[in-house]
Design a protein around this ligand. Structure first.
Ligand SMILES: Nc1nc2c(ncn2[C@@H]2O[C@H](COP(=O)(O)OP(=O)(O)OP(=O)(O)O)[C@@H](O)[C@H]2O)c(=O)[nH]1
Ligand SMILES: [Mg+2]
Ligand SMILES: [Zn+2]
Length: 292
């Protein structure tokens, strides 16, 4: 039989058949020997258990994509959530998540939540990301404003919401789908020093899609790579590729750089380019020190 892993705790996996029936399974020794760790989101072949016995997970079908933190697979869409009010938007984190999604070949959208607290941040974010390839949605999870268009974009997809703790990921899921996910006030989070959502699980939706609630910041961080590859992860740079004096050009400080010229002409938002330069410099150091 075939199904999808919804969650995994202490070596027990909850697997859902397409019909909706769920099974509790353990991974066969064969899988463990192959060091194949089943992930939430994996499509698997399994042998159901009888009576109260758990069944056995026999094989993992090929993954379309895989995230490291949280460890999940086969995601169709990533929603990068920032708040228009508090916590102050961490756009460097948003950029890293968008780049990560682009590298993994996963569609991304940017969600500016808490629009009821907006003092202009949402317009600024929309401007900065207009050419990023990620559509920008403005929402308020408390009133439900702007949630319908977002729901339409998520329809039928396996989607994951990521972003800083407290931006309202769980609140959005509750609003979108009538869930009752635990949410927490910022002060509670700071006092506990913890995210409200602690583990990751896929939640099947009536429209055939599935929602993944993830704890806090975690979702996606750029893995080590040749810093010269980062430039392909910024969509705004695409039209400039090949137009620079140097090849390859990092688009950071080289003379006669088509990207910098486009930034100077106002065609690429300077903030996006500056954050990219910071990421490039960081990656350059990590790359140089990769054997040390
Ligand atoms: N004013 C306002 N508050 C919101 C909105 N969305 C969520 N909140 C509040 O923000 C706080 C954090 O919301 P959560 O949904 O727990 O945030 P989270 O992103 O799931 O946080 P973690 O699970 O810790 O990663 C809660 O007190 C929510 O009630 C919104 O649109 N407007
Ligand atoms: Mg949460
Ligand atoms: Zn260049």
């Amino acid at each position: 039989m075939e199904g999808i892993i919804l969650s995994g705790i202490g070596g027990f996996y909850t697997v859902r058949e397409d019909s909706g029936a769920c099974h509790t399974l353990r991974a066969q020794a064969k899988l463990r020997r192959q060091r194949l760790t089943p992930l939430v989101g994996d499509r698997v072949v399994f042998q159901p258990g009888e009576n109260e016995q758990n069944g056995w997970l026999e094989a993992i079908l090929p993954r379309r994509n895989q995230l490291l933190r949280p460890p999940v697979s086969n995601i169709d869409l990533i929603g990068v959530v920032v708040a228009a009010g508090t916590p102050a938007p961490d756009l460097l984190l948003a950029d890293r998540m968008l780049m990560y999604a682009r590298r993994a070949g996963i569609m991304a959208v940017l969600i500016v939540n808490k629009c009821d607290q907006d003092g202009g941040a949402a317009d600024d974010i929309a401007r900065q990301y207009a050419g990023s390839g990620a559509p920008v949605f403005r929402t308020c999870a408390t009133t439900g404003e702007g949630v319908e268009p977002l729901k339409e974009a998520l329809r039928g997809k396996v989607h994951a919401l990521g972003g800083q703790s407290g931006v309202g990921k769980s609140s959005l899921l509750n609003r979108l789908y009538g869930f009752e996910r635990e949410t927490g006030s910022l002060s509670e989070k700071i006092e506990r020093g913890k995210n409200t959502t602690r583990r990751c699980e896929l939640i099947p939706l009536p429209d055939g899609g599935m929602a993944l609630d993830t704890p806090g910041f975690s979702l996606l961080d750029l893995e080590l790579c040749d810093p010269f590859e980062l430039r392909f992860l910024v969509k705004e740079f695409e039209p400039c590729e090949g137009g620079c004096r140097f090849a390859p050009c990092a688009h950071v400080s080289e003379p006669d750089c088509a990207v910098r010229a486009a930034v100077d002409r106002g065609e690429i938002p300077r903030e996006r380019w500056e954050r990219y330069c910071g990421l490039f410099e960081d990656m350059k150091i990590r790359w140089r020190d990769r054997y040390g």
